[in-house]
Structures are given as C-alpha cells and as structure tokens.
Design a protein around this ligand. Structure first.
Ligand SMILES: Cc1cc2nc3c(=O)[nH]c(=O)nc-3n(C[C@H](O)[C@H](O)[C@H](O)COP(=O)(O)OP(=O)(O)OC[C@H]3O[C@@H](n4cnc5c(N)ncnc54)[C@H](O)[C@@H]3O)c2cc1C
Length: 420
C-alpha cells in the first residue's frame, strides 16, 4: 500500500545519518506532536504547550546541535556537505506535523549560519554561543531583519541596498550601541535567547554599512511586545522587538564587511530551502489525510476516491508531491555542491532556491484548498485537520519578501533585468 514514503525522494543524495534523523523525527511527530496538534492553535499567546515540545526536539533530540562545530558540542553537518539536503529531509518531517512549529525550529538555527557555515566560520563566536545552543537547556535563536517599513525592501538587498533599515549600530569604544525596532521575526517575544540583528552602521555607504550583530535577549535595553494573533502558524511566535541603547561587544559582529551581504544571501537561500521543505511536509500530510478520508467517505454509493472527478484532484495532488519532492532535493543538493554550482550566496542559487520555494509553497496553498473541497464541510472544521494546513500554508508564500520578490529575483537572474 503506497504511503508518503513512496513519493520520489532521491535516496542517493541523502546520507544514512540524515535519513535516520528524518525517520526519528517522524516517530517523534506521530508520538508526541500529532496527538495535541489541534491544541497548539490555541497556544499562540503563551506557548505553554509549544515550549516543552521545542525542548524535546531542539535539545533532547539535538536539532539545535546540528550546525555547530564538533569542538563546541555540535554535529557539524556543514562539514559533511549536507546542510541543504539535511534541511529538506528534516524539515519536511516537521512541516508534515505543523509548518509553524517547523519554522520555529528552523529559525532557531538561522542566526547560526553566519558564524557556523564553512568557509566563513567564526570560531570565536562559535565558542561563545555554541555551547549554549548545544547544552541541556532550551536555547533559541531569532533572526531579526524585518522592520515596520517594508520588510520586502530589506530583503530586496540587491536593489534597495539596505537603505530603508532604521535599526542602527554605532561604535562606542569596544562596543556597539544598538537602537531600533524589528517586527515579526520567528521566535520573537519571550521565545528567543539570542537575536541576530541586521543593523545599519555609519561605517560605509549602503551594503558596506550593514552588519549582522548578535544581541542576547537579556541584554539591558532589549524589550519585546505581546504575540501577534495571526491566522495560523501558532507555534511560531511573532512580536515587536525594541532595542533601546543596547550595548554589546564589538566581537558580536558576525562577519567582516566583505562577508555580511554574502551571509545575508546565504540566510535567504537556506530560508527558501526551509520553506520548500515545510511546504513539502504540508503536501505529504495533506495526502495522508485525504487518502484516508476519500477511502472511507461514501457518496453516491461508492468511496469518494472512486469517482473520476475526485480522482483527478487526488492524482494532481500526487503529481504535485512528486514534482515538489524532486525539485526540493535537487536544488538542496546544488546548495551542497558549491564547487559545481557556485556558493549559496550567489545570485543564481538565491534565484533558484526562491523559484523552488515559490513553486512548492504555491502547491501547498493550492492543494490544501482543493482537498478541502473534497471533504465538504468537514474539511472546514478543526477536526478535519486540513484547514490548519490551509491557514498555515498561506504564510509560506508571504515571508522573505513574498511572491513578488521571489518572482523578481528569478526574472533578474534568468532575464538579466537591470531596472526591476
Ligand atoms: C509567521 C511569520 C514569520 C516571519 N519570520 C520572520 C523572521 O524570522 N525574521 C524576519 O526578519 N522577518 C520575519 N517575518 C516577516 C516577513 O519576512 C515579512 O513580513 C515579509 O518579508 C514581507 O514584509 P512586509 O510584511 O513588510 O510586506 P511589504 O514589504 O510591505 O510588502 C507588501 C507587498 O509588496 C510586495 N513587494 C515587495 N517588493 C516589491 C516590489 N519591488 N515591487 C512590487 N511589489 C513588491 C510584497 O511581495 C508584498 O506582496 C515573518 C513574518 C511572519 C508572518
């Protein structure tokens, strides 16, 4: 009997260690997450249920350790050259459970990218933050980029050059002094222990002035607002973050100026792969739900799936999963093979991962909606489980500058647009 594991996944690209992690996460999801998934939607403001689950997966299972060097307690999958494929394999499993929970887990690791990834690893900061991430207590990260003015303008760095960023970092002796206001970041609120903050300095014009600076959440002058009540993604807390004369050491700057924009783009690339993976997980759980439902629900004397007009919708979902899976793993593999395809911060890789993320998230949005039609009113209830994916997956299209920025980056690369 075909299951979600019978959709095409290029097995030769996935090392046994990563595949085993994927399988273990599936077991954890089915045992620990699925039984309370519906309750998570009510937990958006407090995270009383979410926090212990984060501890189980980030600390006890060890997801927080995956990217850090072995010397500081990590697993260092970067040195194995499987960061991209590992991202898709692991996060499709978490996305199958809940794309909001998946993004909370993934974004804890986002701030680690500038200092853990090769070839720009910053061992001084790995030594400082790695042991906290790899310890026995829950330690969460947050990448704070978006501001009250257009978030897309910040992500559109190639054209806007960071000119709209209002969060400033000024040198004062051996410290940065940070002032500003960020909005929306995953794991904001009381969730994050460490912020990686995109700031503008007066150290150079446009990109030359940008810095990625680490700010511990308990630093004096950091405050956060209450959780936003979003349509979905309850397991991902989003709030305002305020920086009011926050002092941090100069060494908390992730990278020298020549690496800042490269790291920014690498973060975008990994965010795109994550989005594709979460969306793939949504599609696979959608398959599970609708396969069961259309096998059991009888209409006009036979199961729903035996009606040809419904079988068309089911087949198109299966084709979407086939395409989404092969596409996501192929692009992830390209990210893992910089010698062949170029570095993860290149315009080509950013464009190709944006294209993949947009394609797979569009599939998730389209197919959760179509499948809901097959379930009738039951599909519109919490108990039907599909409406959660339908609500959550809309967000998969909207972050990282939204579809318009995805499309622009793709057009810019493939058509060499100069003014777009
Ligand atoms: C659940 C969730 C998680 C998030 N996680 C994070 C996070 O971890 N870190 C973080 O920093 N932020 C995060 N965000 C913020 C998110 O990335 C931004 O909201 C998003 O990038 C869009 O910014 P905006 O909402 O300000 O929209 P705007 O920038 O105001 O964009 C509005 C519209 O304009 C379109 N657009 C953009 N550029 C152009 C253009 N040049 N021409 C025409 N149209 C254009 C956009 O696609 C969009 O449709 C998160 C948001 C949510 C809801």
């Amino acid at each position: 009997m075909p299951t979600i594991d019978d959709f095409t996944r290029p097995k030769e690209l996935i090392p046994p260690l990563i595949d085993d992690m994927g399988r273990s996460i599936r077991e954890w999801v089915d045992d620990r997450y699925m039984p309370i998934r519906r309750k998570i939607d009510e937990d958006w403001a407090e995270h009383k249920l979410v926090r212990p689950l984060l501890k189980e997966i980030m600390v006890d299972f060890g997801l927080n350790r995956t990217v850090w060097p072995v010397d500081v307690g990590g697993l260092d999958i970067s040195s194995l050259g499987v960061t991209g494929v590992g991202t898709v394999r692991i996060f499709e499993e978490l996305g199958r459970a809940d794309s909001g929970f998946a993004v909370a887990c993934a974004c804890s690791l986002w701030p680690a990218i500038p200092i853990t990834q090769l070839p720009h690893r910053n061992m001084e900061l790995c030594n400082e933050f790695g042991p906290r991430y790899c310890g026995d207590e829950l330690y969460m990260g947050c990448y704070a980029m978006t501001e009250p003015e257009s978030g897309a303008d910040i992500e559109n760095i190639g054209r806007m050059h960071g000119r709209t960023i209002r969060t400033t970092a000024k040198r004062s002796g051996q410290e940065w002094v940070i002032n500003g206001h960020k909005q929306w970041p995953t794991n904001s609120g009381k969730v994050a222990d460490l912020f990686c903050v995109l700031c503008i300095t007066d150290e150079g014009k446009d990109e030359e002035g940008l810095r990625l600076i680490y700010v511990p959440a308990d630093a004096k002058g950091v405050s956060v607002g209450p959780a936003y009540h979003k349509a979905g993604m309850a397991a991902d807390m989003s709030t305002d973050i305020y920086f009011d004369d926050v002092h941090v050491p100069l060494r908390y700057n992730a990278q020298p100026v020549e690496w800042t924009v490269k790291c920014f783009n690498e973060i975008v690339t990994m965010g795109n792969l994550g989005t594709a993976a979460f969306s793939l997980g949504v599609l696979k759980n959608t398959y599970e739900i609708i396969k069961k439902y259309t096998s059991e629900r009888v209409v006009a004397g036979k199961p729903l799936k035996e009606h040809s007009m419904n079988a068309v919708i089911l087949a198109e979902l299966a084709i979407a999963i086939e395409a989404a899976s092969t596409y996501s793993y192929t692009v992830a593999h390209m990210v893992d093979a910089p010698d062949v395809y170029g570095p993860p911060w290149s315009q080509e890789i950013v464009a190709k991962t944006r294209a993949c993320s947009m394609f797979v998230s569009d599939m998730a949005v389209n197919h959760t909606g179509r499948v809901m039609e097959l379930m009738g009113s039951y599909g519109y209830t919490r108990e039907g489980d599909i409406e959660k994916h339908w609500r959550d997956s809309k967000m998969l299209q909207l972050w990282l500058g939204g579809k318009q920025l995805d499309l622009m980056e793709v057009a810019r690369y493939f058509y060499e647009c100069e003014t777009l």
